[in-house]
Design a protein around this ligand. Sequence first.
Ligand code: ADP
Ligand code: MG
Length: 277
Amino acid sequence: MSNAPEFASQPKAAQGQKAAPVPPAAPQPGPKLRASNVNFYYGSFQALYDVSLDMLTNRVTALIGPSGCGKSTFLRNLNRINDTIRNSHMEGQILLDDEDVAAVDVTNLRRRVGMVFQRPNPFPKSIFDNVAYGLRINGMATRSDLRDKVERSLQRAALWDEVKDKLHDSAYALSGGQQQRLCIARALAVDPEVLLLDEPCSALDPIATAKIEELMFTLKDQCTMVIVTHNMQQAARVADFTGFFLMGRLIEYNLTDVIFRNPAKKETEDYITGRFG
Ligand SMILES: Nc1ncnc2c1ncn2[C@@H]1O[C@H](COP(=O)(O)OP(=O)(O)O)[C@@H](O)[C@H]1O
Ligand SMILES: [Mg+2]
């Protein structure tokens, strides 16, 4: 049985008349990623408690919650970046389509599930070579189509027009916002099915942030995205679904509209109204 919430969007009558009626939920696609009963430990410290969450195909799922509540830990389990942390371990299961990510070859998994971090982290290489990197190491381009694939990735990341005349300059010469779009282009180059974004805009100014958010809209038909953000306006703008974490637990998960307009749990309401966190 699905462990997905029902996404019933009719507000409950509880708590007075704060919510306007929400239209019935549209039919939703199936899950691309499905986490079931995930516990995660750093040594003896338990960072996640029994988290079950379906992230639907070609939808944006936002993870919100106060600092230290386990959002990054959860995200990093989805492509097994946590594997490299000594003495850590996960219990439970994460499926990508119907495959247990624990059983997928990790290089292949990271190609299918790309990641963008909080601080732009381009390689100390040219703009071109940053984007070509994954294509080269995965043997995904011939000499003749490499350039086209790099161009296409930069186009998809809405960076092409700004860099097309300086592809061989160092990536470090770009602004922070451009570097972050370059990192997105680098992730997109290998055609990931999922893109994980861990506070991708927290080091960016509002204009660069708006560009990344727009980009997320345009990528939605091709990619399933999971974004950690502590900016609730951002979650409300970009995400179809939102999950609220608190102290290692997923407290509530639903359509973004429902989470922000009519949350079922008091903890969620306290957080989104700023009474907490
Ligand atoms: N590498 C690590 N080793 C030990 N504890 C960690 C590590 N990374 C995170 N933690 C702890 O796990 C908890 C959740 O952290 P994190 O997932 O980074 O939260 P968030 O992304 O919501 O701010 C915090 O208590 C944090 O201190
Ligand atoms: Mg974090």
